[in-house]
Design a protein around this ligand. Structure first.
Ligand code: AMP
Length: 274
C-alpha cells in the first residue's frame, strides 16, 4: 500500500483517502465522490477495527459483504480498496495507543469507553500506511470528525481533513451500515432521531433558546416511540463539545438512541441566525 502511494505521489498526484468499516452505503459513496473531486487518486480502506468496539458491542455482528463493497468501490472509480487483516495490523505485542484528553469525554465517548482511543489509533495507523494528502470523514460521526481534526493538528499530520455532510434516506434516516440490523418496525421508529432534531430546529425558530427545554422535548418525543432507549441528547459547542445552555450562536445537537439493540446516532447544527 505504502509503495503504491509513494509511487503516485512521486508522479505529483494527490492521494485522497476514505477510511470505512465496509458494508458500504450512499453515505460512504458520497465521501468517495468528494475524495475523487479533491485528489487525483482515491484509496479507501475497509476494516472493522476491533479496538474501537467495547465488550458487549457489535464487533462480532457488524454487517459485512466485501464482494458487494468491491463492486461499489469499482463503480465509483476507487483506485485501491485496502483491506488490512486483523493479525497483520494488530500483531502479538501490539501495545501503543493514541488518545486525547478532552474531546473523547463527551457524547459517545462517555458510554463507549476506549472507543475513540481505538478510532485514533486505527486512523493513525491507516494514515501512516496509506500516506494520503487528503482524508474525508462524515459529519454524521460529528465527534469523530472533531477528534480527528484535533489529532491531525496536534500531531502534525500533513493531511487535509475534509468533513462531508450527512447523507440520508429519502425519509430522513441518516444512512448507516447498522440500519441493516433494524426490523421494519424499528426502521420506522429510527426516524424519531431526525424528527426530534427537526423539532428542535423549529423550536429555535420559534425563539426557544433554552437547551434544557429543547432537550426535554426531544427526550419526551423519543420516548413516545416503542423500543427506544436514549444514551444521550446534548446541545453543545461544535468545536469543544462542551454543553451550551442558551443557544445564542451555532451549536450542534447530537444524540445516540438505541432502537431495539441497534444504537443509532444523528446530529444537526442549530443556528439561531437562520
Ligand atoms: P463507518 O464505515 O461507519 O466507519 O464510516 C466510514 C465513514 O463514513 C466515516 O467518516 C463516517 O462518518 C462516514 N459516514 C457514515 N455514514 C454516513 C452518512 N450517512 N453520511 C455521510 N458520511 C457517513
Amino acid at each position: 500500500m505504502t509503495e503504491w502511494s509513494d509511487r503516485h505521489r512521486r508522479n505529483g498526484q494527490a492521494i485522497s483517502f476514505v477510511p470505512t468499516m465496509g458494508f458500504l452505503h450512499e453515505g460512504h459513496l458520497s465521501l468517495m465522490k468528494e475524495g475523487k473531486l479533491q485528489g487525483d487518486k482515491l484509496v479507501i480502506s475497509i476494516f472493522v477495527n476491533p479496538t474501537q468496539f467495547g465488550p458487549g458491542e457489535d464487533f462480532e455482528s457488524y454487517p459485512s459483504d466485501l464482494e458487494r463493497d468491491f463492486k461499489l468501490a469499482e463503480d465509483i472509480g476507487v483506485d485501491v480498496a485496502f483491506t488490512p487483516n486483523k493479525a497483520d495490523f494488530y500483531p502479538q505485542g501490539f501495545d501503543t495507543f493514541i488518545d486525547q484528553e478532552k474531546l473523547p469525554n463527551h457524547l459517545c465517548g462517555l458510554s463507549r469507553s476506549g472507543h475513540f482511543q481505538g478510532v485514533m489509533t486505527i486512523v493513525t495507523k491507516l494514515f501512516h500506511v496509506v500516506n494520503p494528502d487528503i482524508a474525508v470523514f462524515g459529519e454524521k460521526d460529528f465527534q469523530q470528525l472533531a477528534i480527528i481534526r484535533c489529532m491531525v493538528k496536534d500531531l502534525n499530520f500533513n493531511i487535509r481533513i475534509i468533513g462531508h455532510h450527512t447523507i440520508r434516506e429519502s425519509d430522513g434516516l441518516a444512512m448507516s451500515s447498522r440500519n441493516a440490523k433494524l426490523t421494519p418496525a424499528q426502521r420506522t421508529t429510527g426516524l424519531c432521531l431526525i424528527s426530534a432534531l427537526k423539532k428542535a430546529q423549529n423550536s429555535l425558530k420559534n425563539n426557544e433558546t433554552s437547551s434544557a427545554a429543547i432537550i426535554q422535548n426531544a427526550v419526551d418525543f423519543i420516548y413516545s416511540h416503542p423500543d427506544t432507549e436514549i444514551d444521550y441528547i446534548k446541545i453543545c459547542d461544535p468545536d469543544t463539545l462542551d454543553d451550551v445552555a442558551v443557544i445564542d450562536r451555532p451549536v450542534v445537537m447530537a444524540m445516540a438512541v438505541k432502537v431495539g439493540t441497534t444504537r443509532l446516532i444523528d446530529n444537526m447544527i442549530l443556528n439561531p441566525d437562520k
